[in-house]
Design a protein around this ligand. Structure first.
Ligand code: PNW
Length: 484
């Protein structure tokens, strides 16, 4: 018997109905990119163009979850998850993105997944869009086009109507920050546009509009029948000043948070508008750079639903942290970073796991949870993603990842018990190794390893998977004892 590394997680700190989950996303796992009537998404197009992704890898096959769903289900059951977060491929359901044509095979696939989960007492949390916008919509302007809110709303209603009798937890859009910044500012993600300082805000705005429309649709037409909850998944670093005694760094740290988390959380949870720091900085920079082509940061129109109040819980994706220094007086071209006027750096003492941006700082999750509690009026929080990547040789004995989960869950337990943060669930990213976007398959986040070298795509549990399962099982036992 090996010593368990996760044995210290104090399971009694977690509420009885705590959601123990793992998450995935359609493009990262499904494969079958053009099978059974699926339409292409912007990630199909992006990966098929050369030079975008590590070694020109693609999600054409990925984990082949479209055909191997039952293998995924076995993994889910082996972990003993209470919840599983998946995303729907919009263009598998609606090949051209609109409800003009519904692909019956897509509906059949997701019905099977959802039914199998429920038959096994695993609650699905379903994301409507996790980066993979239908290409047909991109051809009409994609997230830059104002009409996208309407099209998204129709898609969302279709999903609520089709699956909402069984799905009670919905995420409209995954990480609007990453989608807008990587997709339209830096060009690292699909659709690969580099339009610094402009499109990023427009895209973010339309994602918020789309989200708000979908939430209102749910609220007006489905909530009373289905009784579910709808939110939007926001990613955020935790930030702290590089030099805590410098007022400039302290102010830059707040801007850093406002330009990542506040950008979306402030409109939805606080004021119905963007953070003041964003408006002020962007207007000042317009003057400075002589930019006069309209407001870069759009205004929310009075003629449509405002985003304020359009989330039934707070969905947080947390990976890493930064020390922040002020760069607001540095000369810079029109860009998001220039507007932010803050630069995040890593503390040299922080270990890096796999990916260069991913400093491992689990203890800062507790700080971020407290910040959300204070700033956004003590919402119920689901940690909808959090994980640890491996690069290089496969190590099934992933002791470092085990330590990471131990430390992280310890922090979450303290946030719940000692700080009174209302954390309702935790979803490990990710169920199994998969297509890690521009990094291809080289960065592995899985609780299960997937052998991509053969067509069987065999799933094998990592030690971290076994240990996560043991935590969940201890929590279940604890509940039973409490009830007797
Ligand atoms: C999230 N960054 O994306 C996504 O929701 C997942 O699909 C993804 O696999 C996971 O995190 C791990 O990367 C991110 O560069 C992608 O800071 C990039 C960044 C953050 C999150």
């Amino acid at each position: 018997m090996k010593m368990s590394l996760l044995k210290e997680v104090p399971v009694d700190a977690f509420p009885q109905d705590f959601a123990w989950g793992a998450a995935t996303a359609a493009y990262q796992i499904e494969g079958c990119w053009d099978t059974d009537g699926k339409g292409p998404s912007i990630w199909d197009t992006f990966c098929h163009a050369k030079g975008r992704v590590f070694e020109d890898q693609t999600g054409d096959v990925a984990c082949n979850s479209y055909q191997l769903w039952e293998e995924d289900l076995k993994c889910i059951l082996q972990l003993g998850l209470t919840h599983y977060r998946l995303s729907l491929s919009w263009s598998r359901l609606l090949p051209d993105g609109t409800t003009n044509y519904i692909n019956p095979k897509g509906v059949t696939y997701y019905n099977k997944v959802i039914n199998d989960l429920i038959a096994n007492a695993v609650m699905p949390m379903v994301t409507l869009n996790h980066f993979d916008l239908p290409q047909a919509l991109e051809n009409r302007g994609g997230w830059k086009s104002p009409e996208i809110a309407d099209v998204f709303d129709s898609y969302a209603r279709f999903c609520f109507k089709t699956f909402g009798d069984r799905v009670k937890l919905w995420i409209t859009v995954n990480e609007p920050y990453v989608c807008a910044k990587h997709g339209y500012e830096d060009g690292l993600f699909a659709p690969g546009l580099r339009e610094p300082g402009t499109s990023v805000y427009l895209v973010g705005h339309n994602m918020l509009r789309a989200h708000a429309r979908a939430w209102h649709s749910y609220n007006a037409h489905f909530r009373h029948l289905q009784g579910g909850k709808v939110s939007i998944a926001l990613n955020s670093d935790w930030a702290e000043p590089l030099d805590p005694s410098s007022p400039e760094d302290v102010a830059a740290t707040q801007r850093y948070m406002d330009f990542i988390l506040g950008w979306f959380a402030c409109p939805v949870f606080c004021t119905g508008d963007y953070p003041e720091t964003m408006r002020t900085r962007i207007e000042a920079r317009n003057l400075e750079l002589g930019f006069s082509e309209g407001p870069r940061l759009p205004k929310f129109s009075e003629d449509e639903p405002n985003p304020l109040g359009t989330a039934d819980f707070f969905a947080l994706n947390y990976y890493t942290s930064r020390k922040v220094k002020d760069t607001s007086s540095h000369p810079s071209e029109l860009s998001f970073k220039g507007d932010q006027g803050a630069e995040g750096v890593m503390d040299p003492s922080w270990p890096i796991c796999g990916l260069s941006w991913l400093a491992v700082v689990p203890e800062r999750l507790r700080k971020l949870l407290n910040y959300i509690k204070e700033t956004y009026n003590n919402p119920d929080i689901y940690i909808t993603e959090n994980g640890f990547s491996q690069i290089g040789p496969v190590e099934l004995e992933d002791a470092e990842r085990c330590q990471f989960y131990q430390d992280t869950l310890q922090e979450v337990s303290e946030a719940i018990r000692d700080d009174g943060v209302s954390v309702k669930g935790y979803f490990a990213w990710t169920l199994m190794d998969n297509f890690e976007w521009a990094e291809g398959f080289r960065a592995r986040f899985g609780l299960f390893h997937v052998d991509f070298s053969t067509a069987e795509l065999k799933r094998t549990v990592y030690r971290s998977g076994t240990e996560y399962a043991a935590v969940i099982s201890r929590h279940r036992t604890h509940i039973k004892l409490e009830k007797t």
